[in-house]
Ligand binder design. Structure first.
Ligand code: RBF
Length: 225
């Protein structure tokens, strides 16, 4: 965890991620930076007890693809859940409707999803969960070039990720680095030559666990600290 003045500060108490299902989607641009960030993310997810079989990793070409991928991954996890549990994704129990209905509904989506995921919690702890994701971490590294491209993509991805989390009710962790130089990226991935950096992926893993646990609580009307 980050130990300077800037940074998230450790939650009290530490959250237990052993019941959670977490998605990760990362861009393939700037591979060296992304690879270190992914390692940091996985390290903190595992440290919080998230099981490897309950972490699903997908890749996309670049950061611009992240919002769409997060949305589709969440819908895919709902589809998996419905197929496994024979559950309905539509409030009121009507069956046979697709996940698009869920997005258009005025139902408390976070509560519904938390309720759905409870039904599929892995009781024996061994098999992979098919519950809807409790959180999805979107990882990308945008490096500024000499055109306006960087500004447009940074803005679109930031707004897109926020929109997806509010539309779906799935917590989305913002793992997008918007960098002026490659060196900044190496520092924020904790792999700079001077060794001054901090791997922000570790914070993203911890954020996913905290939000995942709190989201389940909120879905049940419980305020987890
Ligand atoms: N994707 C990234 O994740 N990081 C980048 O730094 C990045 N730079 C790009 C620069 C240019 C000029 C272009 C055309 C694309 C870049 N992309 C980058 C890829 C972009 O996010 C997306 O994958 C493609 O535009 C295809 O939709």
């Amino acid at each position: 965890m980050f130990e300077g003045i800037k940074g998230p500060g450790a939650p009290q108490p530490q959250h237990n991620g052993s019941a959670l299902r977490i998605g990760i989607v990362h861009a393939r641009w700037n591979e060296q930076i992304i690879s270190a960030l992914l390692d940091g993310t996985l390290k903190s997810l595992r440290a919080a007890g998230v099981k490897d079989q309950n972490i699903v990793i997908q890749t996309v070409p670049g950061s611009y693809e992240l919002p769409y991928a997060v949305r589709q991954m969440y819908l895919a996890s709902q589809t998996q859940h419905a197929a496994t549990a024979g559950g309905s994704l539509v409030a009121g129990g009507a069956s046979g409707s697709g996940t698009a209905d869920l997005l258009g509904s005025s139902t408390n989506l976070a509560g519904l999803a938390a309720d759905e995921s409870k039904k599929t919690d892995d009781k024996d702890g061994d098999s992979a969960s098919k519950a809807p994701f409790d959180a999805i971490i979107a990882i990308g590294a945008l490096i500024k070039g000499s055109t306006m491209h960087f500004e447009y993509i940074s803005d679109a991805v930031s707004h897109g990720l926020m929109r997806v989390q509010l539309d779906t009710g799935c917590a989305v962790v913002f793992g997008l680095l918007t960098l002026l130089t490659e060196e900044q990226g190496l520092e924020r991935a904790g792999i700079d030559a001077a060794g001054k950096g901090h791997n922000h992926g570790e914070d993203w893993g911890a954020a996913a666990v905290e939000l995942g646990v709190k989201r389940r609580g909120w879905g049940e009307g419980v305020f987890v600290q």
